[in-house]
Design a protein around this ligand. Structure first.
Ligand code: ZN
Ligand code: ZN
Ligand code: ZN
Length: 132
């Protein structure tokens, strides 16, 4: 659904200045830093946190999830790539899965670099398209 209809129906959906004071969701994990690095991945590039489909919680990485969550991780399906499941640990911007996959390992907001090595485990977090 596109937002336009709402403007007519309710004053609450009239254009408002975007809310800047947004509290970032908590990031779970082992030894998580304020930039969402963790015990497993802590280079200056390992700054993203990923919301897991199974519990809707942000974890610094999949290993943190498997050690702490107590349940198997579920991946986001290809149809769910609009889900804001990736958080930049630097500016706390939330990226949709697709946005993240296409961001060229750079935050779409603050342009901080993300670890290009994460590519090799995308499949742990997101269903990957079948290559024909
Ligand atoms: Zn979970
Ligand atoms: Zn971790
Ligand atoms: Zn950022």
């Amino acid at each position: 659904m596109k937002g336009r209809v709402y403007c007519v129906l309710s004053p609450f959906f009239l254009p408002l200045p975007p809310l800047r004071i947004m509290t970032a969701p908590p990031v779970h994990g082992i030894n998580v830093t304020s930039s969402s690095q963790c015990a497993h991945y802590n280079s200056p590039l390992d700054i993203i946190a990923i919301k897991h489909k199974c519990c809707n919680q942000f974890y610094a990485c999949i290993s943190c999830h498997s050690e702490l969550a107590g349940h198997p991780a579920q991946v986001w399906e290809i149809e769910e790539r609009g889900e804001k499941a990736v958080m930049c640990g630097s500016c706390k911007h939330l990226l949709a899965v697709l946005e993240y996959l296409e961001c060229g390992n750079r935050c779409t907001k603050c342009e901080k670099g993300f670890n290009p090595g994460c590519k090799s485990h995308y499949n742990l977090y997101f269903a990957v398209e079948r290559k024909v």
